[in-house]
Write a protein that binds this ligand. Sequence first.
Ligand code: FAD
Length: 395
Amino acid sequence: MNLFIDDETRARLEGIRALGASEIRPLGLEADRLGRPTPPEHPFFERLVKGGQGRTRWSGAPEASAPGERRSKVGSSRSTLCLAEEMAYWDRGVAVSFPGPGLGEPPLISMGTEDQKQRFLAPFIEPDRPRWGSFAMTEPGAGSDVAGIQASAQKEGGNWILNGAKSFAANASRADWIVVWATVDSSLGREGHRAFVVEKGTPGLEDFQVERKMGLKAYESTSFRLNDCRVPAANLIGGEEHYARKAGFKGAMRSFNATRPLVAIMAVGIGRAALDATTDFARENDLLCDIRVRDRLERARRKLRSARLLCWRAAWLADYGRPNILEASMSKAAAPTAALEAASLGMEVIGTVGGRGDHLIEKLFRDVKAMDIVEGTGQVQRLVMARQLVQFPRN
Ligand SMILES: Cc1cc2nc3c(=O)[nH]c(=O)nc-3n(C[C@H](O)[C@H](O)[C@H](O)COP(=O)(O)OP(=O)(O)OC[C@H]3O[C@@H](n4cnc5c(N)ncnc54)[C@H](O)[C@@H]3O)c2cc1C
C-alpha cells in the first residue's frame, strides 16, 4: 500500500488548515453556542463554491475501469480521506455542512445510469451556487436493521408513489435532491429495496424537521415525510434492470463500503483535535510532567494513528476496485472508539473546566459520540466483521 501523500493533496491540506483556523472552527463553535445549523444562505457557503468546493467527484464522462485498475477519474479515495480528516479536525459539523452532493453521490456514481449522472451530478461539476445532495435510508423504526425499512414504493404508470418517514438525513431540507431508499415489498427484505432521487419541491416531500443533537450542531440532520410523493420512473437509480439483477441492497452496501472509511477518518480528525487541545491544556497547567498523563496521551495518539492506517487501507482497496467490506468495517469500528477515548481523556484532564460547557474539548466530546452511530454503529460493524472473519452469523 502506498502511503505517499502527493503534492496536490498536500497543497489542498494547507488550504484547509488556513480555512480551518480562520473560518471552520469559529463557525462550528458559533453553531454549537447557538444550538442551530449554519443557515444555507450564509456567505461562507457562497465563498466556498467560488473557491472550488462543493463539487462532485464524478468526472462528467462515462467511466470504464477494469478490476484492479486505479480509478483515477474519480480521484483517489485516500486523498479524499486526508482532506476529510483535516476538515473534521477543525469542525466535523461544519465539514458536513459544506455544499456538495454528499452521501447521495456514491449510489449515483456506482448504480446510476449515465442520464441520471448527467441530471443530478452534472450541476455539481461547476456549481453556480451552493448546492447540496442528501441520502435518506434511516427511518424512525429502522436504523441498524437497514433491511427493515418501511417507506413504500408503488409503481403507477410512468411514476413511483412513495410513502413513509425518514429521519436524520444530512442537509435534507436544503438539498436539490435526496436519494431516498424505499421498499416495493417489505416482506422481501433487502431484495425489495429501491433507491430514488426525490427532487426538491416534489409534491408530497414535506414536513422537514431539523433534529435536536447533542453535538455536530453546525449541520442539519433532518426528518421528513413522503406523502403520496410522485417520482418519475426515470428517477429510480439504475433503472429497473439494476434491481432485476437483485443488486438493490448490494448497491446500498457498496455505498456504505465507500463512505464508512470516510466517516471513520473524520472521527480520527475529531480525536486528533481533542488530543491537541488536551496537550495544550496539560502544558499550560504543568500536567505534562506527570508520567501518567504523558503515558495516556501517547497511548491515545497511537490508537488514533493505527485507526488512520485502517481507514487508508480501506480507501486504498476502494481506489483499486477491490472488495473492502472487512476493512471498511474495521476502520469504522476502530476509529470512533479511539477518538472517543481521546476526547474522554481530554475531559478527565481538564476536570471541572469541562463541566462549564464552554471549552473546546467538551464540545468535541459531544461531537465525537455520533461518529460511532452514523453509517452503522460499532456493534453492527463488529457483526459484519464476525461474518467475514469467522463466517458467523451467516446471511
Ligand atoms: C449525527 C447523525 C447523522 C446521521 N446521518 C444520517 C444520514 O445522513 N442519512 C441516514 O439515512 N441516516 C443518518 N443517520 C442515522 C444513523 O445511520 C442511525 O442512527 C444508525 O444506523 C443507528 O440506527 P438507530 O439510531 O435507529 O439505532 P438502533 O438500530 O435502534 O440501535 C440501537 C442500539 O442497538 C444496537 N444494535 C442494533 N442492532 C444490533 C445487533 N443486531 N446486534 C448488536 N447491537 C445492535 C446499536 O449498535 C445501538 O447501540 C445519522 C445519525 C446520526 C446520529
